[in-house]
Design a protein around this ligand. Structure first.
Ligand SMILES: NC(=O)C1=CN([C@@H]2O[C@H](COP(=O)(O)OP(=O)(O)OC[C@H]3O[C@@H](n4cnc5c(N)ncnc54)[C@H](O)[C@@H]3O)[C@@H](O)[C@H]2O)C=CC1
Ligand SMILES: Nc1nc(O)c(N)c(N[C@@H]2O[C@H](COP(=O)(O)O)[C@@H](O)[C@H]2O)n1
Length: 236
């Protein structure tokens, strides 16, 4: 599985305001780049925090890209994935419409009635059992789906290339589990501030074994810059 993380942040590293309201950090040029990254992916994954805050759709904006995918024997839109331990995704969330397959990765603690309601609303609910650990961390408590096992379940469903679009809790967990191959960060020319505003990587935070990144590209778009990294093997 190849995992690409993409996010837009302010200069001070925030993904949104302290109120967790969706905020336009980038502009049309960057949204087009994001659309290209989505088009190359088999699935786009977010955490339930992002679904509750933004109600994203996560489909392709450009019809030409959908047509090209169909021509190549792929679904028009990539599948959508929500990491949602207890099944908090609203049944009327935009992500559950019929524009693409939507997988909800829940943990065994998700109440059966929520699983049933979400399946009835169109989701393919996948119960992720606690799996094997990784070199860094494996999480499978009530609030955290084991991402290693979750990614394995997605691979079994034919997903080879996964784009992770946030938010900060899930991005941190992906790094903590050693799953990230590429990181693309759009840095918008603004300051958001706020100690409680979500950042690119929240969660517990690292105190050692910090993931090391190789800067492989920079690109000026809109009034900001895209930084593209490959994730190193952990040696400084
Ligand atoms: N600027 C940008 O590019 C983006 C900004 N955002 C912003 O980020 C905020 C949402 O981010 P967060 O609150 O961090 O939520 P999140 O989207 O990272 O979801 C976190 C939730 O997912 C669930 N979860 C299940 N398994 C998990 C695991 N293994 N690791 C982590 N979480 C797991 C937990 O319930 C957890 O509270 C919103 O304000 C949204 O607007 C979100 C996406 C992109
Ligand atoms: N790349 C990017 N730039 C911004 O300025 C943003 N605010 C975001 N936010 C995330 O994009 C997703 C929206 O998806 P749909 O347009 O609904 O398909 C969502 O996850 C936002 O948090 N991204």
């Amino acid at each position: 599985m190849h995992v690409v993380v993409n996010a837009a942040q302010s200069v001070d590293g925030k993904l949104a305001t302290r109120r967790r309201e969706q905020l336009r950090i980038s502009g049309p040029e960057d949204f087009d780049r994001v659309d290209r990254v989505r088009a190359a992916a088999d699935a786009v994954l977010v955490g339930v925090g992002t679904v509750l805050a933004d109600d994203p759709h996560l489909t392709l904006d450009e019809e030409d890209r959908r047509v090209e995918r169909l021509r190549n024997g792929r679904p028009g839109n990539p599948a959508r994935v929500v990491v949602d331990s207890t099944g908090r995704t609203p049944t009327d969330a935009r992500i559950l419409d019929d524009a693409a397959t939507t997988y909800l990765l829940v943990s065994a603690s998700a109440p059966p009635e929520r699983r049933e309601a979400l399946a009835a609303a169109g989701a393919e609910v996948v119960v992720v059992e606690g799996g094997s650990g990784t070199e860094r961390e494996s999480e499978s408590d009530g609030d955290h789906v084991d991402l290693v096992a979750g990614i394995h379940a997605l691979a079994e469903r034919g997903i080879d290339r996964l784009m992770v679009e946030g938010g900060g809790e899930v991005i941190y967990s992906c790094f903590a589990a050693g799953l990230v191959d590429e990181l693309h960060v759009y840095v918008g020319s603004m300051v958001i501030g706020g100690r409680d505003a979500p950042t690119l990587a929240d969660g517990e935070g690292f105190t050692e074994a910090f993931p090391r990144l190789d800067l492989v590209d920079t690109e000026r778009l809109d009034d900001g810059i895209v930084l593209s990294y490959e994730v190193g093997d952990g040696t400084p």
